[in-house]
Design a protein around this ligand. Structure first.
Ligand code: IMP
Ligand code: MG
Length: 190
């Protein structure tokens, strides 16, 4: 077991299940966008592992671009609801079919802000593909077009998702042991 894996209470989604589901999503997206000009917009940093596997599962020509958004501050595990753009797209999305690729939708604040912002730039279409979805946590309604997995209300890490910038490199989605974030907040308050 690796140094990081000992902080994991349980594995929620295995590496194999992730790859199987991503292959299905890639097939569906390839069919839905066949013959169309497709631009995938990855939300940094959590979406990068998902994006890199997803694009290899998509069989049609497409471009990628990146956007960085902040809604969670440092060691906090609750969304503040305050969202801002840290890094904007390189590309003009006017008249393009844009598919947002996100790691997880939780309260919905991040994607609600992002879709409103990108909609003002007049894309031909704008859809959302999220690897994980926590429906029980939703505070704002967001229409999600492609979902990898619905998960329960637990704080998860791995496969791009972090706690305090760590655990992104775990090859599975795991639930972090609660003592890991309780310890971290003790340390920051002193
Ligand atoms: P929302 O704005 O509350 O929907 O939060 C979306 C962002 O919060 C995601 O892009 C993640 O970066 C982060 N997030 C939400 N839940 C989790 C989690 O369980 N583990 C790690 N990051 C999370
Ligand atoms: Mg994050």
């Amino acid at each position: 077991m690796s140094v990081l894996e000992k902080d994991i209470a349980k594995i929620l989604i295995t590496r194999e299940d992730l790859q199987r589901r991503i292959a299905e999503l890639g097939d569906t997206i390839s069919r839905d966008y066949e013959g169309k000009d497709l631009l995938l917009v990855c939300v940094l940093k959590g979406g990068v592992l998902f994006l890199s596997d997803l694009i290899r599962a998509i069989g049609i020509p497409h471009e990628i671009d990146f956007m960085a958004i902040s809604s969670y501050g440092g060691e906090r595990i609750e969304s503040s609801g305050v969202v801002r753009i840290l890094m904007d797209l390189n590309k003009n999305i006017n008249n393009r079919n844009v598919l947002i690729v996100e790691d997880i939708i939780d309260t919905g604040h991040t994607l609600s802000y992002m879709t409103q912002n990108l909609q003002t730039r007049n894309p031909a279409s704008l859809k959302i593909c999220t690897l994980l979805n926590k429906p029980s946590r939703r505070e704002v309604n967001v229409h999600v077009d492609y979902v990898g997995f619905d998960i329960p209300n637990e704080f998860v890490v791995g496969y791009g998702l972090d706690f305090n910038e760590l655990y992104r490199n775990l090859p599975f989605i795991g639930v972090l042991k609660p003592e890991m974030y309780i310890h971290a907040s003790d340390e920051t308050s002193t």
